[in-house]
Design a protein around this ligand. Structure first.
Ligand code: ADP
Ligand code: TRP
Length: 318
């Protein structure tokens, strides 16, 4: 089984990113035949146009992943832009992709309605994503629900290509992380950097401040509280085993004050991320090592990609 996923280099990581995406991704490493992750820096160009910012963000996300425990020996990690086959395959796939497929893309329409410029790149984003996936014959592509339609488009494009040129591609299975936690932000809405309600992973000071600002209702300190209703608890339980979460829920019922509940959450948060934070600070100083990891990932990805491209070029007559 081959698992693959692309990671957008999109700024400072928060608990939503960690529990909703990084942690479930890391769970595949070492458990499947091949796990492949890449920094989707070409996709990032559709929404970022500041070179210095992108350069920083693409390196930062690699350091973040390594700090979170990603093992580059057991998996492949690379920059999408390091493998020219992604754009070559994208072009070839675009010649079999009906315009109608792309015109139905919800994510494109949403992005344009939010003010992102409607470029050809933004419009053909799903074709590049199809190339990312088909290039490595990935069977399983774990993504959040917002990416479901993109995966369906990948399947449609693969089926179309196979019909025109003969079976060249594995048809990938979308694996939507329905069961992954949707982490609430400090205001109770979904945690997202666009809502300004995040708790960052690596900036402890900002994390502490954010935890102290989590919304609560107006119950008095000693009142019984329903843990399920509390945003503090919903975030705290991500750090706990089910048994520990039950014990904590009972304490809420017994009148744990919100102030004390926040202190407990802060302490879990600090303990959980302290080793990662330390490792991250170390990695910041080991840029050479980080570059080596990415070079080794590039070589492995290139070998896999070229195998597919050999088949594809042959199939289309190039
Ligand atoms: P943001 O909403 O902050 O812009 P991104 O869209 O960059 O976050 O998300 C990157 C990854 O993290 C995606 O796979 C997404 O599914 C996951 N993710 C982001 N926020 C949450 C959340 N609150 N709960 C669960 N997963 C999340
Ligand atoms: N579009 C994905 C996102 O925004 C990132 C991505 C790019 C991706 N290529 C991919 C995810 C291929 C899975 C497979 O999160």
């Amino acid at each position: 089984m081959r698992v693959l996923s692309g990671i957008q280099p999109s700024g400072k990581l928060h608990l939503g990113n960690y529990f909703g995406s990084i942690k479930p991704n890391l769970e595949y490493v070492g458990k499947v035949e091949e796990s492949i992750f890449f920094v989707a820096d070409l996709h990032a160009l559709t929404t970022m146009c500041d070179a210095a910012e992108l350069r920083r963000a693409r390196e930062d996300i690699v350091i973040d992943y390594l700090a979170c425990g990603f093992d580059p020996e057991q998996s492949i990690l690379f920059y999408q832009s390091d493998i020219p086959a992604h754009t070559e395959l994208m072009w070839i796939l675009s010649t079999v992709t009906p315009m109608g497929f792309l015109e139905r893309a919800v994510s494109y329409k949403e992005k344009v309605s939010k003010g992102i410029v409607a470029t050809a790149g933004l419009f053909t984003y799903p074709v590049l994503m199809a190339a990312d996936i088909l290039l490595y014959g990935a069977n399983i592509v774990p993504v959040g629900r917002d990416q479901k339609q993109h995966l369906e488009m990948t399947r449609d494009i693969a089926v179309k290509f196979n019909r025109v040129y003969g079976d060249a591609f594995v048809i990938p299975e979308p694996f939507i992380r329905e069961d992954a936690a949707v982490v609430p932000g400090i205001d109770g809405q979904k945690m997202s950097k666009s809502y300004g309600n995040t708790i960052p992973l690596f900036d402890e000071g900002a994390g502490r401040k954010a935890i102290m600002r989590i919304v609560t209702d107006s119950k008095d300190a000693k009142d019984a509280k329903d843990a399920k209703e509390s945003v503090i608890f919903q975030i705290h339980k991500l750090f706990l085993s089910p048994a520990e979460a039950n014990v904590l829920a009972e304490e809420y019922g017994g009148g744990l004050s919100y102030g004390e509940a926040k202190k407990r959450l802060l302490s879990s948060y600090q303990d959980f991320f302290a080793p990662m934070r330390e490792w991250r600070a170390d990695l910041e100083k080991k840029r050479g090592y980080v570059r080596e990891v990415m070079e080794s990932g590039r070589k492995k990805a290139h070998a896999l990609a070229e195998k597919t491209m050999g088949r594809v070029r042959e199939a289309v007559g190039l």
